[in-house]
Design a protein around this ligand. Structure first.
Ligand code: ADP
Length: 871
């Protein structure tokens, strides 16, 4: 609907029909003469505004430029076109902003005067607003990209032109002013990355890749020359033919990220290679990480997955409890926890004392505690070193030697207890004391002139010095060793360490030794004098039998001088008949160590031989080794002479006795026969007793004769083969006849022929049996038994009589030896039987011995070869 106000009514139908908001303002007052529906809507007004001035109709336009613009068009006659001009209108009761593209065109009369203005307007509010919104979004986006340091790039593959934002240029190394065709893109790229980038681009531009481009590479800044790591992401777009037509994306500077990653790697390798144990566990104690040191110490293999383990696997139960209850709750989120914990190697179960540092690990974003980290230092080497140091310190502390430590100026910093005691200083007094104060003047001169210069030169000095006792003033001789201590890094001399030995005990000992030595040499002289003055010859020999000392006596007696008799020369003066025996006996002793005892004749100065009893005993060290033989030669010439006279006498006497006794025995037997025949049994019995005594006499004389034969080497043997058992039976039978009290029990296990002197052997057995009867008056049996020992026969006679004491049993085989004692005197005898028996047995190549228990009885045995030795 429109209203005709002026004469412009011819426009009206046109205006009315126009879909474009249109109005006509008439006259200088701008009366709204025509306004179509669209314009009214645009204004948000009713048709009633027609006929009113524009000012009246739209009062909200006051203060906006429209009135002025209209006035300008009216007066100038120039039309006005506005694009997207803003107008604030009251629509729906609210003042709202709208954007219009509008025209004010003058309508002129025939005279060319403006009469009215036609206003057309198009509402472009939506367009303007949406464009503003797009711009805003773009702005926001680029702001976001900018703040993320991200650049954008867009390659038009058809024109080969790249559109970069400034950031992107900067990142790719170009200055903002540069115009960059695609060919130059690689200009600032790190040469090492170029090929990789080219490949990635080529791949992204193939449809198979889906157009995805995602790569990191380095560029070199044109302005700053800085190497940057870029992370480029993009997409290629393909047309229906699969041809790429656009390739666009973003570039992000990840230099710091790469740095952070590198730093992280560096840190990790530092952690991995750290000598200390480092581990991380979650709050439940499940392990997450362990460095190499931790693996070694805890017994986890190099590539083993540690997440299988919990903290519990690395503690002994007791320690685990302590850590769980006492340590874990104490791990403070600020300071952590430090202390000593005993970890355990899960393989070896070794317990390792460690200095442990616990910290809580937090999520850097949220601050939430997510785990516990531990660093642990194996304290064993430290403890060992400390213990060693302590031991050393204790050693020095308790050392009996004087130990001191002075600074380079000689001020005493340390003096051990022995040192303090030696020079009479208390613990409080020694510190700082000048070393020159406690050395003698002579030593001080030596220290200053010789010792310090040498210490500086060679680092050490040793020699005798003198200390001065700080209380008594006594001069104490010492042997001192000194060392220069230098600073480890600068090698500057910093201190002097010393250790000294008190020489007084040594000097005293030496003095004492001198005294002892003097005493000893006096003693030796005395001994030599004594040895020379004794009537016997005294000598010593080396362990191998060389005579190395003979006393003066030798010179007086022997045909040769001492010098000529040393070594083995002494044998020269031995009687040729005795020499071999003497030599053999001596060799036997030096090889076996048994005492040496023999008799031989020695040539005297006078040219005669004299008999000597030669004896020697070995002197042994603590291990029983022979050090020396000590021997004596005793003159037994007279004893020998007497023994010879005795033997002569016995020989003559027994021989002279033997003949009359044999005749008496014959007469006695005749007498006994005569008496028996005449029926005079009384006298026959007397004569029989006489005959018995004659038998004993004969046997005694026989013994005496045998002894003289033995002594003069005239005992003869008659060897033959004979039946040993038959001989035994005969002997036993005849001895059995002499006793009624004792039964002789026989146990014979030897049943062979023997070769030997049958008579002499029966003599021995008879002797053993008669002794057994004689020395067991209270017993009623004797046992005789034999054993076959292969090449030997052993025979024993056992009695249950008085026995022989241990110390005497071996002496019963000596000539004339009889066991003395009150009881024994009741047994008659000469002490010759066993001597003769033992000589016979020895001559036959056998041995004889006795086992006896005093009061219980004796067993006499001999063993002789079955075959007679080749004489
Ligand atoms: P005698 O003529 O004294 O018996 P022997 O030479 O036969 O001489 O014995 C020496 C000593 O040995 C004896 O005096 C005796 O003391 C001791 N004797 C010998 N045989 C025995 C024995 N069977 N039991 C105890 N003592 C014995």
């Amino acid at each position: 609907m429109s209203t005709q106000i002026t004469d412009h009514t011819h426009f009206q139908p046109l205006v009315e029909a126009s879909p474009m908001p249109t109005a006509i303002y008439s006259g200088a007052d701008m009366i709204i003469s025509v306004a179509n529906e669209a314009m009214l809507n645009l204004w948000g007004k009713k048709a009633s505004v027609i006929g009113k001035t524009l000012r009246e109709a739209l009062p909200e336009l006051d203060g906006q430029p429209f009135h002025d613009l209209l006035a300008q068009v009216y007066t100038t006659g120039e039309p006005y076109v506005a694009k997207e001009g803003r107008a604030d209108l009251v629509v729906d009761g609210r003042l709202q902003s709208f954007y219009f593209t509008f025209t004010y065109k003058p309508l002129k009369n025939a005279e060319g005067q403006t009469e009215a203005i036609i206003n057309t307007a198009a509402d472009v509010t939506e367009l303007v607003l949406s464009r503003a919104r797009i711009r805003e979004t773009e702005e926001r986006m680029s702001f976001a990209l900018q703040s993320a340091g991200m650049g954008t790039w867009d390659l038009n593959l058809e024109t080969n032109e790249v559109i970069w934002d400034d950031r992107c240029k900067e990142l790719y190394g170009f200055s903002k002013e540069d115009r960059v065709p695609y060919q130059q893109v690689l200009k600032y790229m790190h040469t090492a990355d170029v090929e990789r980038v080219n490949r990635a681009v080529a791949y992204a531009l193939t449809p198979a890749s889906g157009g995805v481009y995602d790569i990191k590479f380095r560029t070199l800044g044109a302005d700053d020359g800085k190497i940057r790591w870029l992370h480029c992401k993009g997409n290629a777009y393909f047309n229906a033919d699969g041809q790429p037509y656009r390739f666009a994306g973003t570039a992000l500077d990840v230099t710091s990220e790469a740095g952070a990653r590198r730093r992280e790697l560096q840190l990790l390798s530092l952690v991995e290679r750290n000598a200390d144990h480092m581990s991380i566990a979650d709050m439940e104690g499940n392990l997450i990480y362990m460095n190499a040191a931790a693996r070694t110490i805890l017994g986890v293999d190099e590539h083993e997955d540690v997440t299988h383990y919990t903290a519990q696997d690395f503690y002994q139960p007791q320690e685990f409890k302590r850590v769980q209850q006492g340590v874990i709750p104490q791990i403070d989120s600020e300071k952590g926890w430090q202390g000593v914990i005993h970890l355990m190697n899960r393989k070896t179960h070794d317990v390792i004392p460690c200095q442990v540092n616990y910290i809580l690990i937090k999520d850097p974003q949220t601050g939430e505690v997510i785990g516990r980290g531990a660093t642990a230092r194996d304290l064993r080497p430290e403890l060992k070193a400390k213990a060693e140091l302590q031991r050393l310190a204790t050693l020095i502390d308790v050392s009996e030697d004087f130990c001191n430590y002075c600074d380079i100026n000689g001020n005493t910093l340390y003096l051990n207890e022995s040192g303090r005691e030696l020079i009479g200083l208390t613990e409080e007094q020694y510190y700082g004391k000048q070393l020159y104060e406690y050395h003698s003047d002579a030593s001080n001169r030596l220290i200053a002139d010789e010792l310090i210069p040498q210490l500086l030169k060679t680092g050490r000095w040793s020699g005798p010095l003198e200390l001065v006792h700080q209380v008594t003033g006594e001069i104490i001789p010492i042997h001192k060793q000194m060392f220069m201590v230098r600073e480890e890094i600068t090698n500057e001399p910093v201190a002097i360490a010393g250790i000294a030995r008190d020489l007084r005990p040594e000097l005293n000992a030496r003095k004492a030794l001198d005294v002892k030595n003097a005493e000893l040499s006096a003693l030796v002289t005395e001994m030599a004098f004594m040895a020379d003055s004794v009537p016997v010859i005294v000598w010593t020999s080396t362990p191998d039998g060389h005579i190395d000392y003979v006393n003066e006596r030798w010179n007086q007696l022997s045909a040769i001088s001492i010098d000529n008799s040393l070594g083995t020369n002494w044998t020269d003066v031995i009687h040729p008949d005795d020499r071999q025996n003497a030599w053999d006996a001596w060799q036997h002793s030096i090889t076996t160590g048994v005492p040496f005892q023999t008799e031989y004749r020695c040539l005297e100065k006078s040219g005669n031989y004299r008999w000597y009893l030669v004896q020697a005993l070995p002197l042994r060290d603590s291990e029983g080794r022979i050090l020396k033989w000590y021997g004596t030669n005793t003159d037994i010439q007279e004893q020998k002479e007497l023994a010879r006279q005795k033997d002569n006498f016995l020989g003559v006497a027994s021989h002279e006795l033997k003949t009359p006794v044999t005749s008496i025995k014959a007469y006695a037997q005749v007498m006994e026969t005569l008496f028996t025949r005449s029926g005079d049994t009384r006298n026959a019995a007397i004569v029989a007793k006489m005959d018995k005594q004659l038998n004993r006499l004969t046997s005694l004389i026989g013994d005496l004769l045998d002894v003289t034969k033995i002594n003069t080497g005239r005992l003869e043997f008659h060897y033959s083969h004979y039946d040993f058992n038959q001989m035994l039976e005969e002997v036993v039978e005849s001895v059995q006849l002499t006793t009624e009290k004792h039964a002789i029990q026989k146990q014979f296990k030897f049943h062979r022929q023997m070769q030997g002197d049958r008579e002499r052997i029966s003599q021995v057995i008879t002797n053993l049996l008669t002794n057994a009867i004689k020395y067991s008056p209270d017993a009623n049996r004797i046992v005789i038994y034999t054993e076959d020992h292969g090449h030997e026969v052993q025979l024993c006679v056992q009695d249950f009589g008085i026995g022989i004491s241990q110390d005497k049993k071996d002496r019963v085989f000596e000539q004339f030896y009889r066991v003395s004692g009150s009881k024994e005197h009741t047994f008659p005898g000469l002490g010759l039987g066993l001597y003769i028996s033992s000589e016979i047995v020895k001559r036959m190549g056998g041995k004889i011995w006795v086992n006896s228990v005093e009061g219980k009885g004796s067993t006499f045995c001999f063993a002789i070869p079955v075959e007679a030795p080749v004489a």
